[in-house]
Write a protein that binds this ligand. Structure first.
Ligand code: PYC
Length: 332
């Protein structure tokens, strides 16, 4: 039996991995990316596990699969794959995918400097700047983002009472700001982030169980954002996002930054036109901006944009040999 072969381009966006699958992925029907995501999860999830988990990936692995768009007004369809599942939207994944697709010639823009992508959460536009073949910077105009629930009080085993906001930026986030019961991200080790985050996620999911008001396929609290003041002189704030079972985002997290800008706008701390530079746990930056207002199922929402960079780090032909007892990946 021949092994399954996947043609991938590996990149990272501000430190977080983006494995772009350009060949070998399952052929899916010409339906929306939201429907493709449902089909992929039900019938082909082994592809995600094989490409994201060890021995080919790791605890924070993330990537995307390129598909033709089902909509006339989009240049590319993107399915986000990650250790946590198939995300509705991924910001660092978009910046990495666009960089790879342009540099490798997987997409030819109709208008230089602009692309439109069909993603499971909807349609997004990006602008990019390139120098010859190489993409210097990508700005993505994300889907409308909103504060879903404010000041939610939960009891977290090992931590005690905690107040969090639940905000949506393409995924649902529990945002934990410094507070009397918790000193902030600066006082945390990575080991503590990994231990406490699943407990916070479970407690907040039980309390709120968020469902997107306009697309019930998008539901569940998937990510925890630990927030603090900036260290970088150009940043407004710093964060670490936890995902999957053991992943900490090395980038400032695009959907997380969108969710945080929505939260801060709803609380009167940002307004349309404001910039919000977000720093990651390793000191890299995303340049967020509140572009405008919107409405999501009766909630006041914002239209955020996020600017960042990505670099290609390798071409990777990945084999999945069914005779291998660990062919479909494992986690410790
Ligand atoms: O950048 O949106 C993001 C993201 C989601 C999970 C990890 N990164």
């Amino acid at each position: 039996m021949h092994p399954h072969t996947f043609l991938c381009v590996d990149a990272h966006t501000c430190g977080n991995p983006v494995r772009v699958v350009a060949g070998g992925a399952p052929v899916l029907p010409n339906v929306s990316m939201g429907e493709k995501r449902q089909i992929f999860v039900a019938e082909h999830d082994w592809v995600r596990r094989a490409l994201m988990f060890e021995p080919r990936g790791h605890d924070a692995m993330s990537g995307s699969i390129l598909y033709p768009p089902s909509r006339e007004d989009c240049d590319l369809g993107v399915l986000f794959i990650e250790v946590s599942g198939c995300l509705p939207m991924c910001g660092h994944g978009t910046i990495g995918t666009v960089t790879v697709a342009l540099e490798q010639g997987f997409v030819v823009p109709r208008t230089e400097g602009r692309l439109a992508l069909e993603v499971p959460a909807g349609r997004i536009e990006v602008e990019y700047r390139r120098d010859g073949r190489f993409v210097e910077e990508v700005r993505l105009y994300n889907i409308p983002s909103y504060l879903h629930a404010a000041d939610v009080r939960v009891e977290v085993p090992g931590l005690g009472p905690l107040t969090v906001d639940v905000s949506y930026g393409g995924n649902f986030y529990a945002i934990v700001e410094p507070q009397p019961e918790w000193p902030g991200l600066d006082a945390m080790t990575s080991a503590e982030i990994l231990t406490l985050s699943p407990l916070v996620r479970q407690a907040v999911q039980q309390a709120v169980a968020p469902v997107h008001p306009e697309d019930p396929r998008i539901q569940g609290l998937s990510h925890v954002m630990w927030a603090d003041r900036a260290r970088h002189p150009q940043a407004h704030a710093r964060n670490a996002v936890f995902y999957g079972d053991k992943g900490i985002d090395r980038s400032p997290c695009g959907t997380g930054t969108s969710a945080r800008m929505a939260q801060r706008t709803a609380k009167g701390l940002l307004k349309v036109g404001d910039d919000f530079v977000h720093e990651s746990i390793i000191g890299t930056l995303f340049h967020g901006r509140v572009e405008g207002t919107a409405e999501v199922g009766g909630h006041a929402a914002i239209r955020p944009s996020i600017g960042g960079w990505a670099r290609v780090i390798g071409h990777n032909t990945i084999l999945v040999d069914e005779r291998d007892p660990l062919a479909f990946g494992f986690q410790l």
